[in-house]
Design a protein around this ligand. Structure first.
Ligand SMILES: [Zn+2]
Length: 94
């Protein structure tokens, strides 16, 4: 992984280009945890739960499926449905 030009954060594996649980944790802790409960700036996203396939609306950058409690998150810089990541069925927020 040399020469790609990507900045790497020291001491952490998460980042805005992570997938799954890593991305969810990145957004959860971003800016000291002030981002996760903010409404998505470009509007709520209608998504399908990646855990139980229920349709629901993600209102904030980190949100839970009302049916199964599965945690989903999207990065603030590009909050579109395609970028929503699912933390996994065994993940619960701290
Ligand atoms: Zn679900």
């Amino acid at each position: 992984m040399t020469g790609c030009g990507c900045p790497r954060e020291e001491g952490g594996t998460g980042g805005p280009f992570s997938k799954g649980k890593e991305l969810v944790e990145f957004v959860y802790y971003a800016h000291g945890g002030t981002v996760r409960d903010k409404p998505i700036a470009r509007g709520a996203l209608d998504i399908v739960c990646q855990g139980c396939s229920a349709s629901f609306t993600l209102q904030t950058y980190v949100g839970k499926c009302p049916a199964c409690g599965g945690v989903h998150a999207v990065v603030p810089m590009n909050p579109v449905a395609e970028n929503v990541q699912f933390a996994g069925t065994d993940f619960t927020l701290p």
